[in-house]
Design a protein around this ligand. Structure first.
Ligand code: PRP
Length: 212
């Protein structure tokens, strides 16, 4: 019997796009579209089992081998540096990590910069490279509120369309890094299921749209 490949998919809009790519690659699992509360789906004939996982948890499942492969945002990979192989840039889920602040903000380098973010490590690295002294305020969501309420001077956060910033009177000030979804693999799964994982990678790669 064929060994199953366990795939952690990021729950949400990105995950649906990712599943569509796997389906097109020949790893379909029709039952996945029938219900929206169930979290595990499998198709034994195709040799694949999918889990819907919170996007920020995908790398944990893969790193610890609960999933053989998965799709995670580059933001999560940069922030947590999980011990996984990054196999492919799927070129979807594209956005950027940026510094944003109120429109009239100007940095006073004589003071410590207060930075609100979910991405503590990315923010620390970025400002360390610039030699800028900062105070990190770790938040878990709605980061845009921080500068508005005077909790922070700037935020380090994901910007996709820029709408959230505009609607809250903020604007991007500096780009840190472009972000997109990546196919990742557990290191020992990759060793023992090399052929199957390479097959999936190649079939997904054939669908990756390049920007031009
Ligand atoms: C992210 C990010 C911004 C928003 C940016 O939030 O934190 O709030 O998307 O998107 P936009 O530029 O298209 O407006 P997410 O939806 O991931 O939720 P969060 O509040 O948990 O961070």
């Amino acid at each position: 019997m064929k060994e199953m490949i366990n795939v952690a998919l990021p729950k949400g809009r990105l995950g649906e796009k990712v599943y569509a790519m796997f389906e097109k690659a020949g790893y379909e699992c029709p039952s996945i579209k029938e219900t929206n509360r169930k979290l595990i789906f499998e198709n034994e004939d195709a040799g694949v089992r999918y889990f819907w996982v919170k996007p920020s948890d995908v790398a944990i499942y893969v790193e610890r081998g609960a999933a053989d492969i998965g799709v995670a945002g580059k933001d999560i990979l940069l922030e947590y540096s999980p011990e996984v192989y990054e196999l492919l840039d799927l070129n979807i889920g594209k956005c950027r990590m940026a510094v944003a602040a109120k429109k009239n903000f100007s940095d006073n380098t004589a003071t410590t910069l207060r930075v609100a973010t979910k991405f503590v490590s990315i923010a620390k690295d970025y400002y360390a490279k610039k030699g800028r002294d900062i105070d990190i305020i770790k938040l878990n969501g709605s980061i845009e509120l921080a500068p508005i309420l005077g909790l922070s001077d700037v935020i380090v956060d994901i910007v996709e369309t820029g709408k959230t910033l505009i609607e809250n009177g903020l604007e991007p000030k500096e780009n840190i890094v472009p972000i997109s979804a990546r196919l990742i693999a557990n290191k020992s799964s990759f060793k023992f299921k090399t052929q199957q994982i390479e097959d999936i990678k190649d079939k997904l790669k054939a669908q990756v749209k390049t920007d031009d």
